[in-house]
Design a binder for this molecule. Structure first.
Ligand code: NAP
Length: 85
């Protein structure tokens, strides 16, 4: 599924993790939305793109990485164990 301006875009963080992957896999089945996922693992992005079509780098500890993943996003799923030092 590719990003369409006619559908709400849902950004799902943690798609390489247990809970985020469950959420992303369910959302991928929904034709009424466009799904985007993120990871800090650049080497995982090609695999995530194969799975979810739209996958971009994002690190919650680095606000400089927020612009691209948040562009056009209508809803956000965020549940990670990350801690900002
Ligand atoms: N699994 C459970 O049964 C369960 C039950 C209750 C509560 N929880 C809580 O729910 C949260 C998620 O659990 P999980 O089992 O899915 O964890 P997990 O398998 O360790 O996955 C954590 C995910 O968070 C992402 N992440 C971590 N730090 C990040 C950061 N700074 N910026 C962006 N993404 C970041 C990781 O993405 P990348 O490494 O790809 O960037 C990874 O996909 C945790 O806080 C856990 O304590 C889990």
């Amino acid at each position: 599924m590719s990003i369409s301006h006619n559908k709400p875009v849902i950004l799902t963080l943690g798609a390489t993790g247990q809970l985020g992957k469950m959420v992303a896999d369910q959302l991928l089945k929904e034709d009424s939305i466009s799904l985007r996922v993120t990871s800090r693992k650049k080497e995982q992005l090609p695999t995530l793109k194969d799975l979810y079509n739209d996958a971009v780098f994002m690190d919650l500890d680095d606000p400089r990485t927020f612009d691209t993943p948040l562009k056009g996003v209508d809803r956000l799923f965020l549940l990670t164990g990350g801690v900002v030092a």
